[in-house]
Write a protein that binds this ligand. Structure first.
Ligand code: ARG
Length: 564
């Protein structure tokens, strides 16, 4: 990375001066003044009781002594009150760009490959998918693609919520309303679940009955198992359709029910390590640590009626994953509100020794709110079903961009995906955000349509011209330089995205690059240029920026339409 490269050079200078600090170079926060900066003189000033500017000057003098006429830089200077500013030379920039254009994955160095299981999506069958599940799918899919890009072997598991109380409620409804097994459809399930769930809230007896059915199902009652298989299939097919629309794909379609065969093995491990405690007839696992600021409650392993819970199936699933895949890492992408659950779960894993060769990560996300600041709802009403959200998004896009009414259905679906995904992924995943369909459907602003429009605009120039094979050493104006510098920032941004598992860093980088591409386009008219050399150099840069845009959009699972 360029930052590290400059840092290494600077470290030699600091060492030569016997200055005891690391050469931490950062991207400039005044791009109009320089490309990179070193602010370490301020800390050194306190350490050696000198003026920071004098220290910076001393460092720069030594730098020039060690690297006389360094071709990498146009300027290395000490500025008041004590910064050191680095400005790259045109030759250095263009050489780095050439390396990016001619090497696989833009010449970005890759870590050692690991095997990673990522658990995301997590829909609950027989319940309509809601926007929360949309977030898990979008953020999870992007993180999966980023991990794959960094050479890891990644296994995605949808981990269906398929054995909870909702199944007992739906089976109860099917039986009392005498709906034959071969008549169960998604329309029937969508209608039944909310009614049964409401009924359980009103009628304690019905609630008990539904819990009983759920428990018997889990114990293997053949009649309920038969219902379960049908419900899982009908609901699963509906879920699959939504994920297909979103271009979200899972390697495994396991669910909580698939963890049951492993629970006995976990129980054996827990017993051997004396980790199960009785509490009012239930079995719990104590996970509190005296060092905790807030006390962590025990994980409930088995209820007094013998029923297993969310944490139990999660432990069974972990057992299975370790047995089947020996993963280096298991990642969960869920709502932040499940943080405590995962904290408890991971502590149990630690006590069981399951963390010996496997690390665990919970990547939480915030809530999707409507413009009123409350959890998002579609126009249709209270239960925001995802297909109606897609439809409303398409309408919003066409309303704000009537010229696009002749776009193909396929391209429109790509746009809907881009609108929803870019709206989501640009936000720090841990934060709530306001989903405003109209705002995110605009072609101006930090939106999916803006990014795609930029790509297509540049692509329309590139299509007409031959792709140049070499890049000259000159840079022609500020917009030109800004774009080239932005391209060089890819590695830094992508690596940071990867280590923090924050797709928002990549999404914001791509937006900034598009701003630079459009500024470049408006300033520099390529098509009728007579200066062939200049034209080729510019085409080279634009080819590279569009190649980056396309490859990186794929990591956000955003496709590019043929036209818009
Ligand atoms: N079904 C859960 C929900 O709707 C998410 C499952 C997440 N994965 C897991 N292994 N716990 O919140």
């Amino acid at each position: 990375m360029i930052i590290e490269y400059i840092g290494q050079k600077l470290q030699k200078v600091l060492d030569a001066l016997a200055m005891d600090t690391t050469a931490k170079v950062i991207v400039s926060n005044r791009k109009d003044l320089c490309d990179y900066q070193f602010d370490g003189s301020f800390a050194l000033a306190k350490q050696i009781h000198k003026n920071p500017f004098d220290i910076s000057e001393e460092i720069v003098n030594k730098f020039n002594e060690l690297y006389p006429n360094d071709p990498d830089f146009k300027k290395v200077e000490a500025v008041r009150p004590g910064f050191i500013n680095f400005t790259l030379s045109d030759a250095f920039i263009n050489e780095a760009l050439t390396k990016m254009a001619t090497h696989e994955k833009f010449n970005i160095s890759m870590p050692k490959s690991q095997k990673i299981v990522i658990d995301y999506g997590g829909p609950n069958i027989a319940k309509p998918l809601h926007v929360g599940h949309l977030r898990s799918a979008i953020v999870g899919e992007s993180i999966k693609r980023i991990l794959k890009y960094f050479n890891h072997e990644v296994i995605g598991d949808v981990h269906l919520g398929d054995y909870g109380l909702q199944i007992g409620q739906v089976i109860y409804g099917l039986q009392t309303e005498k709906i034959a097994k071969d008549q169960i459809t998604i329309v029937i399930l969508d209608d039944l679940y909310p009614r049964m769930s409401a009924l359980c809230k009103e009628d304690e007896k019905v609630k008990e009955k539904c819990a009983e059915i759920t428990k018997e199902l889990q114990d293997g009652n053949p009649e309920y198992q038969e219902y379960f298989r049908i419900i899982r299939e009908v609901s699963g097919n509906d879920i699959l359709k939504i994920y297909d629309y979103l271009d979200v794909h899972f390697d495994l379609w396991y669910g909580e029910s698939d963890a049951y065969p492993y629970i006995e093995k976990v129980t054996k491990d827990l017993t051997a390590k004396h980790l199960l405690t009785e509490s009012d007839g239930a079995k719990i696992i104590l996970v509190a640590d005296p060092k905790d600021e807030l006390e962590i409650p025990p994980l409930i392993y088995q209820k007094s009626n013998g029923a297993y819970l969310y944490g139990t199936t999660d432990l069974g699933t972990i057992y299975q994953r370790i047995e089947d895949y020996h993963p280096d890492d298991i990642i969960y992408v869920t709502d932040m509100r499940q943080s405590l659950h995962f904290k408890q779960l991971f502590r149990v894993c630690e006590k069981l020794g399951y963390t010996k060769n496997t690390s665990f990560e919970h990547l939480g996300f915030g809530t999707v709110n409507g413009p009123d600041g409350k959890p998002f709802k579609t126009r249709a009403g209270t239960a925001p079903k995802l297909d109606s959200l897609f439809k409303e998004t398409k309408e919003a896009f066409l309303t704000s961009n009537p010229k696009n009414s002749n776009m193909s259905e396929e391209d429109l679906d790509i746009l809907v995906n881009a609108i929803i995904k870019f709206a989501d992924l640009q936000n720090n995943r841990e934060k709530d955000y306001i989903f405003d369909i109209n705002k995110f459907s605009e072609v101006v602003g930090k939106t999916g349509p803006y990014i795609l429009y930029t790509y297509l605009r540049i692509n329309s120039i590139l299509e007409k011209e031959e792709k140049p094979t070499t890049l000259g050493s000159e840079i022609y104006n500020q917009e030109d330089r800004d774009l080239r510098m932005k391209i060089l920032e890819l590695e830094n941004n992508l690596k940071y995205t990867y280590t923090t598992r924050m797709p928002s860093i990549l999404a914001n980088y791509l937006y900034e690059m598009c701003v630079n591409m459009n500024a470049f386009y408006e300033k520099n008219h390529i098509n009728n240029l007579v200066d062939i050399k200049k034209k080729e150099n510019w085409l080279y840069v634009l080819n590279l920026s569009n190649a980056i845009l396309k490859e990186m959009l794929d990591l956000l699972s955003i496709k590019i339409p043929k036209k818009m």
